[in-house]
Design a protein around this ligand. Structure first.
Ligand code: FES
Ligand code: FE
Length: 381
């Protein structure tokens, strides 16, 4: 076989659970909407291919399957007629928000015999990071505590944050793979405003390191210019771009900045600036803040992009960071920079695929997902 005929691994059979998870991995908490957006009027969402409705009642958030068992009308079209319940828009079947049991049927009188005999599925709900999170169960299992799934540093410290939740086309796995992808940032994002004054390397030598439930991309060497035989030299450097000094910080902030690292961030001793964990959580560590992405499966062809920027400051410094987020980061990073990723995620069409050396980031993430999910299923059985 000639060298260029080598087909390599083109399908995803090495990772069968991952391959099957087009609509996401069940058995995890997913952020759905901002807590401040959830009111006493039910709202419709889709997660892991399942339609749910969220509603707030006397301060608490509730999630129900978005389908009335009577004739299949979405309960999100209904309204609250009694405290602690949601009534379907069509005939007024009225369900308890806490357990989904049919409590009353308005159009069948107080002695309706069907009450208590019908139930709508409900889902565990928590509120963290200013968002409503819903647990999508595998079967009838009890959910694990949500704090076990959040990035550890967000559970243990005070912080200020800004973020965006955007519906996006494309499978959630393409979005997650793009987030953790080693190869693209230096090339795809070289034209972004966010990187306007920051040079990026041409290519890196990278290894993947596992720590607890995360895998980290560790940059062993960066190359700022490269000679491609027979073609010429290629570099991202421009006279107006700062070239980061080679410091230890280059592994905890792809700004490569020499500025001092935030003490909370420094204390984590992250092995690398980019890390990923189940069920599709990306963490990009900068010297002064951390950016997270949560890829929430909607259905096989779309996902919800949840981008959050966190700063561990308090008091006045927290206000300063939030102003910076609103004035700069939200538009440059969560806006234009991230839109470059969104275009690629929407256009990705794999498998089949033919991977190259930097794609060790992709195969390592898939292997992590496969291992973690296999263990979860074994524990559940
Ligand atoms: Fe819901 Fe009839 S369809 S009450
Ligand atoms: Fe990107």
């Amino acid at each position: 076989m000639k060298q260029h005929d080598n087909p390599g691994r083109r399908d995803w059979k090495t990772w069968p659970h991952y391959d099957a998870a087009a609509c996401g991995f069940r058995g995890y908490w997913y952020p759905v909407t901002w807590s401040s957006h959830l009111t006493g009027t039910p709202a419709a969402f889709q997660i892991c291919g399942e339609k749910i409705t969220l509603i707030r009642d006397r301060g608490s958030a509730y999630a129900l399957h978005d389908r009335c068992p009577h004739r299949g009308i979405p309960l999100s079209m209904g309204s609250r007629q009694f405290p602690g319940t949601l009534s379907c828009a069509y005939h007024g079947w009225t369900f308890d928000l806490a357990d989904g049991v049919l409590k009353a049927v308005i159009t069948d009188g107080p002695d309706s015999r069907i009450c208590g005999k019908v139930r709508v599925r409900t889902y565990p709900v928590e509120e963290r990071l200013g968002m409503v999170w819903v647990y999508m169960p595998i079967g009838a299992e009890q959910p694990h505590p949500i704090d076990e799934q959040l990035p550890e540093e967000l559970v243990a410290h005070a912080f200020v944050m800004g973020g965006r939740i955007d519906p996006r086309p494309g499978n959630w796995r393409f979005a997650c793979e793009n987030g953790y992808d080693e190869g693209h940032a230096k090339y795809l994002h070289r034209t972004s405003m966010w990187r306007l004054f920051k040079a990026m390397p041409v290519w890196n030598l990278t290894r993947i390191e596992r720590r607890d439930r995360w895998i980290y991309r560790v940059q062993e060497e960066q190359f700022w210019s490269a000679d491609f035989p027979g073609l010429g030299t290629w570099s991202n450097r421009r006279w107006w771009k700062l070239r980061p000094a080679k410091t230890k910080a280059s592994n905890i902030g792809n700004t490569g900045a020499t500025s001092k690292v935030d003490p909370v961030i420094a204390a984590q001793e992250f092995p690398g600036f980019a890390s990923v964990s189940m069920p599709g959580v990306l963490r990009i560590v900068y010297p002064k803040f951390i950016h997270y992405e949560f890829y929430v499966p909607v259905d096989a062809g779309s996902h919800r992009y949840v981008g959050v920027m966190v700063n561990f400051a308090e008091g006045l410094a927290a206000l300063r960071f939030y102003a910076k987020y609103l004035g700069l980061i939200r538009w440059l990073f969560h806006g234009q920079f991230s839109a470059q990723d969104a275009r690629m995620v929407e256009a990705t069409d794999a498998p089949p695929e033919r991977l190259y050396r930097p794609d060790v980031s992709l195969t390592s993430w898939r292997a992590l997902a496969e291992e973690e999910y296999t263990r979860k299923l074994e524990a559940a059985s």
